[in-house]
Design a protein around this ligand. Structure first.
Ligand code: SAM
Length: 228
């Protein structure tokens, strides 16, 4: 069973999503799935801008009060861990630990404010990879930030392969960021899932993006359904 005490809620902003996934104005006119969006403010901010985003995550089974309590219980630990590993991050766009905490808390507060209405509108859907409750090709673009590849050891190869197959079933294009596992090495599953996708006729590419916070994490995987 998925329980809240396993979760360390930590969410990024629309601006960070835009840079992590090199989202263009044309991309923002597409039907977007954010898979594993958790308490990110991507959906809330995108919706305000008129972008069509559905987010799915197992944490959406919990109430805003439960999520807020979990955020409050874990934020100091996350900041402390980041302080201990400060050299593993690039402190340019985010200049300090204080700025990081401010940005993340602002994003998560924005998410919490939007969550009740967004749940009613089915913009936040409780679901977990590798099995999503969406029709084939329900989305033009699926984004997966800081879940696949990052948790290489925890999720394992079978889950990665099934998860990427599932994302390719529900969307015509899939982008995953970052490609590095928690230790800072590229995940061995990047090549594995790219080969799987290519075997089903998808086009796979690894592209630089204008975002780097985890040191060396500057690339995304893009999988696109071949035309026809
Ligand atoms: C590190 S957070 C990243 C949140 C957000 N994508 C961001 O970049 O700010 C990872 C998220 O993945 C979610 N998650 C964990 N297992 C999942 C699964 N099997 N399918 C979908 N989401 C999952 C967690 O609940 C959590 O919200």
């Amino acid at each position: 069973m998925f329980t809240l005490d396993q979760v360390v809620p930590w969410g990024r902003s629309f601006d960070e999503y835009q840079r992590m996934f090199a989202l263009s104005e044309a991309d923002l006119r597409r039907r977007i799935l954010g898979c594993g969006d958790g308490p990110a403010s991507f959906n809330a901010e995108a919706t305000r801008r008129g972008v069509r985003v559905t987010s799915c995550d197992p944490v959406y089974q919990f109430t805003p009060a439960q999520l807020r309590a979990r955020i409050d219980a874990t934020r100091n630990d996350v900041i402390e861990q980041t302080r201990r590993n400060v050299h593993e991050f690039v402190w340019t766009a985010i200049p300090s630990l204080e700025a990081l905490e401010r940005m993340r808390m602002a994003a998560m507060t924005e998410f919490l404010g939007d969550f009740p209405a967004g749940k009613i509108d089915a913009r936040y859907v409780e679901a977990a990879l590798p099995s999503l409750p969406f029709a084939d090709r329900a989305f033009d673009l699926a984004l997966c930030s800081h879940l696949l590849f990052l948790y290489t050891v925890q999720l394992g190869e079978a889950l990665h392969r099934a998860a990427v197959r599932e994302l390719c079933r529900v969307a015509d294009e899939v982008r995953v960021f970052p490609l590095l596992a928690l230790g800072g090495e590229r995940s061995p599953f990047v090549a594995v899932v790219a080969a799987d996708a290519q075997a089903t006729g998808m086009v796979a590419s690894i592209e630089n993006v204008p975002y780097e916070f985890q040191r060396g994490a500057r690339e995304m995987l893009r999988l696109t359904r071949a035309a026809g």
